[in-house]
Design a protein around this ligand. Structure first.
Ligand SMILES: Cc1cc2nc3c(=O)[nH]c(=O)nc-3n(C[C@H](O)[C@H](O)[C@H](O)COP(=O)(O)O)c2cc1C
Length: 397
């Protein structure tokens, strides 16, 4: 069998040092790596380091004439399973969003064929990441089918804290391996809900929860990587749409219910990851509620929302239904009870306070054969394990 090969683009950011470890991990996983560096990247890490780690020549120059017969900006991506740019600087993302090609890396990105996906792992200072221009470029790239991996959040090399950290090498390795993932859901239609819902109180106020949508989006990406046609019904989140996934945006639980009803026909798998509000405000106020000094308290009457998962599971010819239980106490007992109550074959249990908003999670899968505890890991890696588990339980087509 031909060895899998990837082109790793390194642009000018401090996180270039993490890409050295990434090359080591990729090579260890049996994936050949051709490293292409921008001029700025060579200021952070020398090409000799990448050459030693990859065991292959490193490319930095569009005008490199070392192989007179071929042109690196075209040949390098032919036969490669993907181009991964890590770190992707703000500058490099802007360049690709505009279709510029003024150095070797941007030119080979532009010259790659449709069967060679482009993945980017942004890495930059939090202010650079939050800049309107960067947000705009990110949306353009996502719309063009570029897979944006991260960034993560936390302490930054510049001493500031926030979004913009490049994902760890081991996580990026997982994304590359996902490309070569077995297509266990090939030809299957999968419907997924994700994120929180917002229940309006008045024109400017809502009742919501702290779900970030990260787990549901990771599941959607893993299902798409496994070859499924994926529709994602999403509550309000700040996340880019996973590559290859159709996304329908909703706000309230009722809107989510309507969207699911409209999409469920033909779905073979339904995965309810969304943290749907159990209640909505009974009397929505058309006018913004005013603070009344004479009445220090305010009572809102709430009414129950529909149970979307239970409804789908009760339909004749229902898809294979998977639920998520986020509990703050007695996790596994509550999760087992929820699985029985909803009449579903598979339930994913996670500790609410550990799961919401984080990039990692710890989950237990509960099915007819019992409990399957998965070790703590990134939401992406857990999503892939979940999809593999679902594929095993699915009746054959
Ligand atoms: C010390 C230093 C650290 C930098 N770190 C980053 C970074 O982490 N992310 C980023 O987008 N730009 C960073 N920059 C700015 C880029 O290196 C600069 O925009 C450069 O033009 C990027 O070129 P390239 O996109 O062709 O690689 C840094 C610059 C310096 C001097």
């Amino acid at each position: 069998m031909k060895q899998a090969r990837i082109v790793l683009g390194v642009s000018g950011g401090i996180a270039a040092y993490k890409s050295c470890e990434l090359v080591r991990l990729l090579v260890k996983a049996g994936i050949a790596v051709d490293v292409v560096m921008t001029e700025a990247a060579t200021r952070f890490v020398g090409p000799a380091t990448f050459q030693a780690l990859s065991g292959r020549p490193v490319w930095t120059d569009l005008w490199d004439a070392r192989d007179a017969k071929s042109m690196a900006h075209i040949e390098l991506t032919r036969g490669a399973m993907a181009v991964l740019v890590a770190p992707a600087s703000a500058d490099f993302m802007a360049k690709v969003a505009c279709g510029l090609a003024d150095d070797l890396l941007s030119t080979l990105v532009l010259a790659r064929r449709a069967d060679c996906p482009l993945l980017m792992a942004p890495a930059m200072n939090v202010e650079m990441w939050q800049q309107a221009s960067t947000r705009r470029n990110m949306r353009t790239l996502a719309g063009d089918g570029v897979r944006l991996l991260g960034p993560g959040s936390g302490d930054q090399a510049c001493g500031e804290t926030g979004d913009g950290r490049m994902l760890e090498a081991v996580e990026l390795l997982g994304h590359v391996q996902a490309l070569a993932a077995p297509k266990v859901l090939e030809g299957r239609r999968v419907l997924i809900t994700a994120g929180p819902t917002e229940e309006p109180i008045d024109p400017v106020r809502v009742i919501t929860n702290t779900s970030s949508g990260k787990m549901g989006y990771a599941v959607a990406q893993a299902a798409a990587d496994a070859g499924a046609t994926v529709c994602l019904v999403s509550g309000p989140t700040a996340l880019p749409t996973p590559a290859g996934v159709t996304r329908i945006d909703v706000k309230t639980a009722h809107q989510m219910f309507e969207a699911v009803k409209a999409q469920v026909a033909g779905a073979e798998v339904f995965i309810a990851v969304a943290a749907v509000a159990d209640y909505h405000v009974k009397q929505y106020s058309e006018k913004k509620l005013k603070k009344d000094e004479r009445h220090p308290g305010l009572t809102l009457e709430l009414a129950q929302n529909p149970d979307i998962l239970a409804w789908v599971a009760s339909q004749p010819g229902a898809p294979f239904c998977v639920g998520f239980a986020a509990e703050s106490h007695d996790l596994l007992q509550n999760a087992e009870a929820k699985r029985k109550r909803k009449g579903i074959p598979l339930l994913v249990a996670n500790q609410a306070q550990d799961a919401f908003g984080r990039d990692d999670n710890e989950i237990t899968l509960i099915d007819d054969t019992g409990r399957h505890a998965l070790p703590r890991g990134s939401k992406s890696s857990l999503a892939r394990l979940l999809i593999a588990h679902i594929a095993e339980l699915l009746p054959p087509t």
